[in-house]
Design a protein around this ligand. Structure first.
Ligand code: KIV
Length: 293
């Protein structure tokens, strides 16, 4: 376990701090959707992404397409409450920014005002460059996202790795250059062949954050539930660093067993009656350990 250096002086990172990490040290990031896991991840991560993957991971949708702005704002508020040091980035959901730069600004401003996050993320390369420039010029830091862009799943036809054929490389590199020139502070490279991620990372002045894009990126991000071992199906690029799903299963099985055998709740989980003058000593006689009442 690590702790904050000089607890009271914890300073929240901002988008320029993340941009300045290029070429220095690897940027560590995870998705986060709730306050308590955000508080844990905050000790280790440079930024936390309230990703629209929450639609699939937490709300049981098959894709990220149904996710709404209200849902993102609700989870964004929770993560900002939990994290103290990490930059919190909130994903713009499908349909909230593609129409025009002013629509994107209106919705991004709402996200920033209501969640107090420090940046937003949106999907798309060259096609979103004008919008990225418009947002950044008006005070909205943007994390771009290219390669596999899950909000376009219905056009792409599946969650497929990108850039596995050399003919696709130039277009993807142009996407990265376009978002960097437009002012994005960093760019997520999702599900991308390894030599291409290296080429893109060398080509742009902003950090590349890989998810399934090789160790050659400037930083890495994973969906927290995937790396914790909590998701039933994970893509090839996920390494499970924990077995949280198994731990939850074991704990719930033990709880069910103890409820059925009446081993739980035990004396220490039970409230005793307050003693009143003249009342018969009712019920529990021993004061439960650590009782506060
Ligand atoms: O929504 C999300 O979790 C993401 C990551 C996969 C980068 O966009």
């Amino acid at each position: 376990m690590s702790s904050y250096p000089g607890d009271s002086s914890v300073k929240r990172l901002m988008a320029p701090d993340i941009a300045a990490m290029k070429g220095k040290k690897p940027i560590v990031s995870l998705t986060s959707y709730h306050a308590h896991t955000a508080a844990i991840a905050d000790k280790y991560c440079d930024f936390l992404l309230v990703g629209d993957s929450l639609g699939m991971v937490m709300h049981g949708f098959e894709t990220t397409v149904p996710v709404t702005l209200d849902l993102m704002i609700m989870h964004g508020k929770a993560v900002v409450r939990g994290a103290r040091r990490a930059l919190v980035v909130v994903d713009m959901p499908f349909g909230s920014y593609e129409e025009s730069p002013p629509v994107a600004f209106r919705n991004a401003a709402r996200v920033m005002k209501e969640t107090n996050c420090g940046a937003i993320k949106l999907e798309g390369g060259r096609r979103m460059a004008e919008t990225i420039r418009y947002l950044v010029e008006r005070g909205v830091p943007v994390l771009a996202h290219i390669g596999l862009t899950p909000q376009s799943i219905n056009v792409i036809g599946g969650f497929r790795a990108q850039g596995r054929e050399v003919e696709q490389w130039d277009a993807i590199e142009e996407d990265a250059r376009a978002v960097a020139e437009a002012g994005a502070f960093a760019v997520v490279l999702e599900a991308m062949a390894e030599p291409l991620a290296r080429r893109v990372t060398e080509a742009v002045p902003i950090p590349t954050i890989g998810i399934g894009a090789s160790v050659d990126c400037d930083g890495q991000i994973l969906v927290m539930e995937d790396m914790l071992g909590l998701s039933p199906h994970v893509p090839k690029f996920v390494k499970e660093f924990g077995k949280v799903g198994e731990a939850i299963d074991n704990a719930i099985a033990a709880y069910a067993e103890e409820v059925r055998s009446r081993a739980f709740p035990a004396l220490q989980h039970t409230y005793e009656m307050k003693r009143q003058a003249g009342s018969p000593g009712v019920g529990v006689t021993k004061k439960p350990k650590n009782s506060t009442t």
